[in-house]
Ligand binder design. Structure first.
Ligand code: XMP
Length: 535
């Protein structure tokens, strides 16, 4: 709840028009936030159970979106909206469960699957027919048209509260879109935030701009200015250290901080020896040579590989790397006389507290490597200037800061590096093979113009050798797996559907050009049940 407190009273973003999203536990609530931000409007996601009526009043949003959720309003203990929200005179948009809970609380009737009167379950694609014009639809869907939307519901609205009219219908939801235009209350049974709802983003834009009257004052230019002011105020004349990983988040954090506080910032880049090809040179070039930011480049290949010698258990690898990293970082920071602040590229998805209906702690799938633990050990405070941003906004901010496009568009790379893309033990020979293979694969993806369509792509070197034939000779070399996924936040992912021809060509190129690999496979596992990385 502590995180929520921080986001509930941010000191910069009350300057902007803002929308509040009350989260009822939908898997796609974050997508609502992204759609609103894309429309140029700042918004925050609050779990329904942290949003008291006083906090909502204090926050004074221009509009409220009620998210979907897994519960049924027919269960008496299911989540509710504070009643006063409907009296605030603020526009409200209810999505799926959000629509149902609004209808239920305003005196309409919601029915379950077993008690149908013309309604039924709908999961996946559905068609909505537009029955009426509405400010929610202006410029997009017109009366009489049929639109493709994405549904996921069992319950449905059966009777509307007073003052509401039907705007759209579907076969399973006679009240698929409803409106009370006098009060500016709107509800949709489908999910306009997912890409399968064609023009869904326009509906959100209509809500923020036409209905809530927002002008769209959330731009990266204004964020940059305000964030710089805020950093200066927080840090004063103190020293700050920032760990660079080669990834986008830490890079943008560092450049933003440098713009705010100049040489009070020192960056630390720990080269674990398990980076991608050319990574260290690129980081050093960009930060030391291009930006002139004080940078400690610590070459620790021997240290890390020594500690990992003979280790093949994934969690042990992660723990060894995490703790060695903290030791090195601590040592580097001491060398510059210590620092009062540690800058981190924490993003909004890490800050949003998700709604849990089970109440139990979630199982740790992988212990993530970051510099957690450092602030306590070194008695440092945190500077996290991007706590309010989504990944795509970070990229936009990077552009705003004039960072090179190649850096900004890079796929994410995990802290433990290539160690977790190499099941089994880690050797220099295997690291070299993997680095070469990864370069060939990524270059092929870039040449095919697919790099930006893919969220993350990489090669995994398997601890398996296979027999092959090259020329007239027998080979006995490693097998690799190619991974490429689409995702919005890394929490869920789908494998990327390459054309067979592309895969065939890459396999040939890898086997011809990378000594040590003679067989290539493609990983078609989604997440869940798989994870993106192999360890
Ligand atoms: P998984 O494998 O858990 O990965 O599906 C989800 C996303 O997180 C990245 N990842 C990490 N990032 N430290 C990081 O900074 C880590 O320890 C770590 N482990 C996984 C992974 O690359 C993917 O983008």
């Amino acid at each position: 709840m502590e995180n929520i407190q921080k986001t509930i009273s941010p000191d910069i973003n009350l300057n902007h028009e803002h929308i509040l999203i009350l989260d009822f536990g939908s898997q796609v609530t974050q997508l609502i936030a992204r759609r609103l931000r894309e429309s140029g409007v700042y918004c925050e996601v609050w779990p329904f159970n942290a949003a008291t009526q006083d906090k909502i009043k204090d926050y004074n949003p221009k509009g409220i979106v009620l998210s979907g959720g897994p519960r049924s309003v027919l269960d008496s203990d299911s989540p509710r909206v504070p009643d006063s929200v409907f009296e605030m005179g603020v526009p409200i948009l209810g999505i799926c469960y959000g629509q149902q809970v609004m209808v239920h609380q305003l005196g309409g009737i919601v029915e379950g699957e077993d008690n149908k009167t013309g309604g039924s379950r709908e999961f996946g694609r559905a068609e909505v027919t537009i029955a009426e014009e509405s400010p929610l639809l202006s410029g997009t869907w017109t009366k009489g048209s049929t639109e493709s939307v994405w549904m996921s519901h069992g319950d449905h609205v059966a009777t509307l509260p007073e003052g509401f009219k039907v705007v759209g219908t579907s076969s399973g939801a006679p009240f698929a879109m409803i409106a009370n235009e006098e009060k500016n209350f709107y509800g949709v049974q489908f999910h306009p935030e997912v890409v399968h709802t064609v023009n869904g983003a326009e509906l959100y834009r209509n809500f923020t701009h036409n209905i809530c009257g927002c002008s769209g004052d959330w731009t990266m230019a204004s964020f940059r200015e305000e964030a710089i002011e805020k950093i200066r105020k927080q840090v004063g004349t103190s020293k700050v250290v920032c760990g660079l990983s080669g990834g986008v988040d830490s890079s943008v954090t560092a450049v933003l901080l440098h713009e705010a506080i100049g040489d009070q910032l020192t960056c630390i880049y720990v080269d674990t020896g398990m980076m991608r090809m050319g990574e260290s040179e690129e980081v050093v070039n960009l930060f030391r040579n291009h930006y002139n930011i004080p940078l400690i480049h610590e070459d620790c290949e021997d240290l890390f590989l020594g500690k990992l010698d003979g280790v093949s258990d994934p969690e042990t690898k992660r723990k060894i790397i995490g703790s060695a990293f903290i030791d090195v970082f601590d040592d580097c920071a001491s060398r510059i006389g210590g620092a009062d602040f540690l800058a981190q590229g924490t993003l909004y998805p890490d800050v949003i507290e998700s709604v849990s209906f089970t109440g139990g702690p979630s199982v740790t799938i992988k212990s993530h490597h970051n510099v957690g633990g450092l602030p306590e050990r070194m008695n440092m405070k945190l500077v996290e200037p991007m706590r309010e941003l989504f990944k795509d906004e970070v990229r936009e901010l990077g552009r705003e800061l004039g960072m090179p496009e190649d850096f900004i568009r890079r796929h994410p790379f995990p802290g433990p590096g290539l160690a977790i893309r190499m099941p089994g033990d880690i050797t220099r020979e295997k690291l070299d093979i993997l680095r070469n293979a990864d370069k060939v694969y990524i270059d092929a993806i870039k040449d095919a113009g697919l790099y930006d369509e893919i969220w993350q792509a990489f090669v995994v070197l398997l601890p398996v050798k296979s027999v092959g034939v090259m020329g007239d000779g027998r080979t006995y070399e490693y097998v690799c797996a190619l991974r490429a996924v689409t995702s919005t936040d890394g929490m869920t992912a789908d494998y990327y559907p390459f054309e067979h021809e592309f895969l065939g060509k890459v396999a040939t190129k890898l086997i011809n050009e990378v000594k040590g690999i003679n067989r290539v496979t493609y990983d078609i596992t989604s997440k869940p049940p798989g994870t993106i990385e192999w360890e």
